[in-house]
Write a protein that binds this ligand. Structure first.
Ligand code: M6R
Length: 612
């Protein structure tokens, strides 16, 4: 949610910052801007819209310099506009600030500053920061001291960067509750220093990186200088940047979303290779003792969006496989609902980004109740990973498309294996059953490949859906969350209204929505729920609903009852969510394309939701 970049080094400043911003555009894309020390003067360029719009604006500006900061915005305070775009400056335009997060006491600070005569140009919370620094400068503090004094006034979350004409060779930065990384690279024998909200913006320039902790601030000039809020020097060690350029590139695919959909079989192979060895289930990075895990009384899963849908499936895995009472809750609800818990409760957070504000707050809430916390994350350097006692690596690789796809199936598979791991620790699984499951799991990658080969047929379904106003999704037990996920994918990228329901609940109200203009997508693979799903399908069909069914291969009975049928390979019901979601991802993708939507950057959304 908002992306920040900073660069100090020998390369052409505007192109380095623009390339960094393009790679961070998934974090927010309603406006963008740069501040550069060009010919010794602070120069600002900002524009409403995408980075491409900013790039056009830069064509008329000749920026020369080697110190600069940039920002891509997801609006919180103030509509998307050039006026509200970052960077924001002090009144005489000698210092500029970019910010990610929310300054909670900005109104209070704004009033104090206005009384002192400061005039605000934007509706943002961020603008108090440059004026506050300015105010401290007027009181006689040095820039460094004024920056620190300002940080001490701010309440809320921030990652920020600042440059000024007063110290032309420096970039100040600070982190509190929003991610920020400093990094170092080398160009033509000269060191270069970088700053970014996320690692993709630093590739391929940075060779070494340091992930800042909350309360750390400092500056980049001919090195990285780091302090805490007591102004004590902080020692840190660099980590090698291992991410490769191709991991964050679309390659030959037109969009990140479709690239990420196609990566799923390989990710499943990667997870199985690491976690399953000779029928042993391995979680070597876990950090929670086997004694604790085997005596767990209860699990509370808390997550947001797609990750919560994976959590809803995992609730069934943990209850049915490991026999542990489990609840799954939206983080945004869990954090405020003050649940009744005991010392044998484990709170599980699930988050692709590892930065979702609500999920992080849920972890803080659990820790405040002295509960143990385990998180499943796709980034081991993320805030959620750091703040959790136990951590499990999703191993999906960087996910850039705003619509989560590969992270979902990686979450499902890791959670399933974790449930099996617990069932083993708690003596709830026979060796024979484990062997047969291990064999079946090995089929998942090739089964996924089979489904992906049906992309053309799925596109035909999208053609049918593209002009509809509303689509309903039905599933039961393991595939009720699949229905929720299918609906979320469709609505977030194609803007068609879509809802997922537990199929048994359909007749208690939502069935009133069915007409010949409201298609119903029924997830009905083989298994215990199949016959129940046939009844629900019939109910929708009797009301003239067009039926699109996801069925197991060879299920001619359901195929004959449906207007469109998509086959997935036969697999035990508990594993079917891993397969059934793929056609739904592809249907959402093609429907969005047919409606002319920007699938990788849907309106109003951002990839990593770091505000409440
Ligand atoms: O990074 P997280 O897994 O914590 O993100 C949670 C949600 O914000 C995310 O899944 C969101 O719902 C996606 N846009 C879904 O495609």
């Amino acid at each position: 949610m908002c992306g920040i970049v900073g660069y100090i080094g020998p390369k052409s400043i505007d192109s380095v910052l623009l390339v960094g911003l393009i790679k961070l555009e998934y974090r927010g894309y309603d406006s963008a801007g740069l501040a550069v020390i060009s010919d010794g003067e602070l120069t600002i360029a900002k524009e409403k819209g995408r980075i491409a719009d900013l790039e056009n604006r830069l064509r008329n500006l000749e920026l020369r310099g080697h110190v600069g900061i940039g920002h891509t915005r997801w609006a919180t305070h103030g509509e998307p506009s050039r006026r509200n775009a970052h960077p924001h400056t002090n009144s005489d335009g000698t210092l500029a600030v970019v910010h990610n997060g929310i300054i909670e006491n900005y109104l209070e600070l704004k009033q104090i500053l206005q009384k002192k005569g400061y005039v605000f140009e934007s509706e943002t919370d961020t603008e108090v920061i440059p004026h506050l620094i300015d105010d401290f400068l007027r009181q006689g503090l040095t820039l460094e001291r004024a920056f620190l004094a300002t940080l001490k006034e701010l309440k809320g979350k921030y990652a920020l960067a600042m440059i000024s004409e007063l110290q032309k060779e420096r970039i100040y930065f600070a982190r509190n509750g929003a991610p920020l990384i400093v990094a170092m690279g080398e160009h033509a024998g000269q060191k270069e220093y970088l700053l970014a909200s996320d690692i993709p913006a630093l590739v391929p320039l940075a060779k070494l990186a340091y992930y800042l902790h909350d309360g750390e601030w400092g500056y980049l000039d001919n090195g990285v200088f780091l302090f805490n809020l007591e102004n004590q020097h902080v020692d840190f060690s660099w980590e090698a940047v291992t991410i490769r350029a191709e991991d964050i590139d679309k390659g030959s695919y037109p969009h990140f979303m479709i690239k990420e959909i196609y990566e799923q079989p390989e990710i499943m192979r990667r997870i199985l290779r690491r976690r399953l060895r000779q029928n042993q289930i391995l979680f070597d990075e876990l950090r929670l003792s086997k004694d604790f895990l085997s005596s767990l009384g209860r699990i509370i899963i808390q997550a947001s969006g797609t990750s919560l849908h994976a959590g809803l499936v995992a609730k069934l895995y943990l209850e049915q496989r490991a026999h542990i009472e489990t609840t799954a809750d939206y983080s945004s609800e869990f954090r405020y609902r003050n649940p009744v818990v005991g010392g044998d409760t484990l709170v599980v957070g699930i988050s692709q980004s590892g930065e979702t504000a609500d999920t992080l707050a849920g972890i803080h809430e659990a820790k405040a109740k002295f509960l143990r916390v385990l998180s499943f994350v796709n980034n081991l350097n993320s805030t959620i990973a750091r703040e959790s006692e136990g951590v499990i690596d999703l191993m999906a690789g960087p996910e850039i498309g705003v619509a989560s796809t590969k992270a979902y199936t990686a979450e499902l598979l890791n959670l399933y294996l974790f449930a099996l791991y617990l069932s083993e620790l708690r003596w709830k699984i026979q060796e024979e059953e484990k062997k047969s499951l291990a064999l079946e799991l090995q089929n998942i990658p090739s089964y996924m490949e089979e489904i992906l080969q049906q992309e053309k047929q799925l596109r035909a379904i999208s053609e049918y859906l593209a002009d509809k106003n509303s689509v309903l999704f039905l599933g039961r037990t393991f595939n009720y969350p699949t229905a929720l996920e299918g609906a979320l994918k469709l609505k977030e990228i194609s803007y068609i209204h879509a809802e997922g329901y537990a199929a048994g609940e359909f007749k208690h109200g939502p069935i009133a929505l069915v007409t010949d203009k409201v298609p119903v997508i029924v997830i009905a693979p083989q298994g215990e729920m199949r016959s129940k799903m046939i009844s629900n399908l019939q109910e929708a069909k009797a009301r003239k609903g067009t039926i699109i069914a996801i069925i197991s291969k060879g299920d001619d009975e359901i195929a004959a009852l449906s207007d469109f049928a998509i086959e997935i390979p036969s697999i035990r019901e508990e594993l079917s969510p891993l397969l059934a979601v793929l056609p739904l991802q592809l249907i959402a993708y093609h429907t969005a394309l047919l409606r002319g939507c920007d699938v990788d950057k849907p309106r109003n959304l951002a990839k990593s939701v770091t505000v409440e």
